[in-house]
Write a protein that binds this ligand. Structure first.
Ligand code: SAH
Length: 379
């Protein structure tokens, strides 16, 4: 299919996902342009060919985008003026504008970006001893409905385009360019459910992983899902070296479906079957995220039950002390109880870590900044 048509379809899909399309007049539909960052190198070559240009120009454009990280098409000085004009006409180079950039004492930087159609999303840069990690958003809002999460409070507004996800990383890299640092790791753990926007997520992965793109190694990328079973199988079959995390949060079906409504559709036994398929197929371990919600799922008995549940699965458990969300009434687990939980898992030979808290002084936990700043959204 001609590429222009594919992009048009993507945009149409996207516009259809926008909430309450029927209530809005046709002319009010946002005039979104495809982001140039959505294009894989081959797609760009194809597009150039279709527009009477030499395919090698794609390499030059990629260099401008990902090596030199220019902010306008006019800076692409080795391209002809007509080609630059054509690019401008067909693609957006900037689809995100920075509304807020907050820096925490620990070096964490949180960005609130506004999209072309007025919605806002957030992206977080975390400084670790092993490198700089960017936490990207995949959707405006979320429809999964986890009872503890701020990202799902207003529901799903729309999916992001692959390019809008790539551009989050580019924007953070541009900020790091000023201090001569590099984005080395990516976690797909911002707002949204990445497996609910699977194709865009995959295209995003291809661009950031490509050696001529941002060249971030697969082993430095982690994707996390709430547990959409069919997509776990699909992802396993991609046979990528990307780290894979599952938000488990409970040691049994009953409790899990209280915390995460999605568990009613995708039952725990079937979910673990899919996880075993993943570990067998890829030979890689899975990371289980387990939020500790005070008095809900954080007793030593729960830890024992969890150990039994995941016994024999090649895995690692990441314990996340609950992030306070004002609209939710979960409370923190006392420190000694967190350690008791950890110790119980260790006793059963399970690899376990407790997530270090970062940026708590700047609302850095998932969806918190957007939830607080939604007043800025112009739609
Ligand atoms: N939708 C994906 C990506 C989100 S990743 C997923 O569900 O996996 C963010 C992680 O933080 C998930 O494990 C999520 O369940 C968890 N999380 C969300 N809100 C939280 C909160 N208030 N406290 C602790 N963990 C939370």
């Amino acid at each position: 299919m001609e590429h222009k048509k594919i992009f048009d379809e993507r945009i149409n899909d996207l516009v259809e996902h926008i909430e309450q399309p029927k209530k809005r007049e046709k002319k009010e539909k946002p005039n979104l342009k495809e982001s140039i960052y959505s294009l894989q190198l081959d797609e760009l070559k194809q597009w150039l060919k279709e527009h009477g240009e030499k395919p090698f120009r794609a390499n030059q454009i990629y260099e401008w985008l990902y090596e030199k990280r220019v902010k306008t098409f006019d800076e692409m000085t080795n391209l002809s003026k007509p080609l630059r004009d054509q690019l401008k006409e067909n693609f957006a180079l900037t689809t995100l504008s920075t509304i807020i950039k907050q820096e925490s004492k620990d070096g964490t930087i949180k960005f609130l970006f506004q999209l072309q159609d007025g919605y806002s999303i957030e992206t977080v840069l975390m400084r670790h001893d092993y490198g700089n990690s960017v936490c990207v958003t995949t959707q405006v809002g979320c429809r999964i409905g986890c009872t503890f999460c701020a990202s799902t409070l207003g529901g799903l507004k729309r999916h992001l385009l692959a390019g809008e996800i790539v551009e989050q990383v580019v924007k953070v890299q541009q900020a790091l360019d000023e201090v001569d640092e590099r984005v080395s790791h990516i976690v797909i753990m911002g707002i949204g459910e990445p497996f609910d926007n699977y194709d865009a997520m995959m295209n995003f992965l291809k661009v950031i992983n490509h050696e001529k793109g941002l060249n971030i190694g697969a082993r430095h990328i982690t994707v996390s899902t709430s547990g959409i079973i069919p997509k776990i199988y699909q992802f396993a079959d991609e046979q990528l070296q990307i780290n894979f995390a599952l938000s488990l949060h409970a040691p049994n079906q009953e409790l899990r479906q209280k915390l995460m409504p999605i568990a009613r559709a995708y039952k725990l036994d079937k979910l673990l079957e899919a996880i075993r398929y993943y570990t067998n197929k890829t030979g890689r371990r899975v990371s289980f995220e387990y939020g500790l919600f005070g008095g809900v799922n954080d007793s030593v008995e729960h830890a024992e039950e969890l150990a039994k549940l995941i016994k024999g699965i090649k895995c690692h458990v990441n314990l996340i002390p609950v992030n306070y969300v004002p609209e939710r009434d979960y409370v923190r687990t006392p420190k000694n109880q967190i350690f008791a939980f950890e110790k119980t898992l260790k006793k059963h030979g399970i690899n376990v870590t407790i997530r270090r808290e970062q940026g708590s002084d700047i609302d850095a936990a998932c969806g918190q900044l957007r939830a607080k700043e939604r007043v800025h959204e112009t739609r």
